[in-house]
Design a protein around this ligand. Structure first.
Ligand SMILES: NC(=O)c1ccc[n+]([C@@H]2O[C@H](COP(=O)([O-])OP(=O)(O)OC[C@H]3O[C@@H](n4cnc5c(N)ncnc54)[C@H](OP(=O)(O)O)[C@@H]3O)[C@@H](O)[C@H]2O)c1
Length: 308
């Protein structure tokens, strides 16, 4: 496994992160095996959100920690808040909501602190002063050690930073070999084609510039939760190239697809959402090698992208 230094705590956090969005139906025994497999492979980072499974995902980890309290110190746990689902979903970065959310997260997880808290999706009504107050309270009470965001652009992060004094350690953004709008915009500056449409406002370059960790979510999916791109006819060429490179390196397609994400030269983490221990082991292999520049570009173009 490879590690990055994260936030103010400078904890060594694994580049492959176990995403725990798809665990609401898992038993404690199944989860124990999943977590133990991660730890055996050197994966010490675990990603949650208060809305995953309507709170059940955090509850399930809490049940595991209740029977195995020794696991807590081995796990770097991150969660997110700010989305309130409903008929009319709202995004809420008010001080009150952030503080209440963290109390809920900690009680479901049965832990006294989060290693990292992310604001889940940008709230257009965000008052950065309120976020700053909430973060100060959470930091001084020891409930949250580091802070970050998800799905934000550079200007939204700058707006937050006007008031928030803690460094924004991470931005969790969608990225896979089959989902690359932020990379496309960088290749096609000032071009008239659709690939040149600025969707992320230079967020990848901004994170690289500011040493903010990019956490790639849905790292094997295409579209918006349309499924993994492995075996999908639309991505036949991409799969052929990934399979060939996997064969050359003696790893699986999963490892190559994740290595493609980790090759981006910022501080990178790939968040994987598998519930299967064997796929956790395959994912960890992504850190055993580094793709060449030529391999990286080949995968990018095999996904259907064109260079100018
Ligand atoms: N910040 C955000 O807005 C945001 C949004 C979405 C997700 N996330 C985070 O990112 C994490 C990962 O997202 P994700 O779950 O969408 O990522 P993913 O790793 O791309 O997808 C996981 C899904 O793909 C399946 N899968 C994996 N390998 C496969 C293979 N070789 N063949 C067939 N199916 C395979 C898994 O099934 P098995 O379980 O059977 O392996 C699972 O259902 C989440 O857990 C969450 O922590 C963040």
């Amino acid at each position: 496994m490879r590690y990055i230094e994260f936030g103010t705590q400078k904890v060594k956090v694994s580049e492959v992160v176990a995403g725990l969005m798809r665990i609401p139906e898992m038993s404690t025994a199944e989860l124990e095996l999943l977590v133990e497999t991660c730890l055996e492979e050197g994966i010490n980072a675990f990603d949650l959100a208060d809305i995953y499974g309507g709170g059940k995902c955090e509850e399930n980890i809490g049940k595991l920690l209740a029977v195995h309290p020794d696991l807590r110190d081995k796990m770097w746990i991150q969660s997110k808040c700010g989305i309130c689902p409903g008929e009319y979903t709202i995004f809420d970065f008010s001080k009150e909501h952030i503080l209440e959310s963290v109390d809920g997260i900690l009680s479901r997880l049965k832990t006294d602190h989060l290693d990292s808290l992310l604001l889940h999706r940008p709230d257009a009504l965000m008052e950065p002063e309120e976020v700053a107050e909430a973060f100060d309270i959470l930091q001084s009470s020891g409930k949250v050690l580091d802070f970050g965001v998800s799905n934000q652009n550079p200007m939204q992060m700058e707006l937050l930073k006007k008031c928030v004094k803690q460094p924004l350690a991470a931005n969790q953004l969608q990225l896979s070999a089959a989902f690359t709008p932020s990379i496309n915009e960088g290749f096609n500056v000032n071009m008239e084609i659709d690939a040149g449409i600025v969707r992320g406002a230079g967020i990848f370059e901004y994170c690289h510039l500011k040493d903010i960790v990019i956490q790639a979510w849905s790292s094997l999916q295409y579209g918006y939760f349309q499924g993994v791109f492995f075996g999908v006819p639309k991505y036949e060429k991409l799969n052929a190239v990934i399979d060939r490179i996997a064969g050359e390196k003696g790893v699986t397609n999963t490892a190559v697809a994740l290595a493609w994400i980790l090759r981006y030269p910022a501080k990178m983490q790939a968040v994987v959402g598998t519930t299967k221990p064997e796929r956790i082991r395959e994912s960890a292999r992504a850190c055993d090698f580094t793709l060449t520049r030529r391999e990286w570009y080949e995968i990018y173009q095999a996904a259907g992208n064109k260079l100018p």
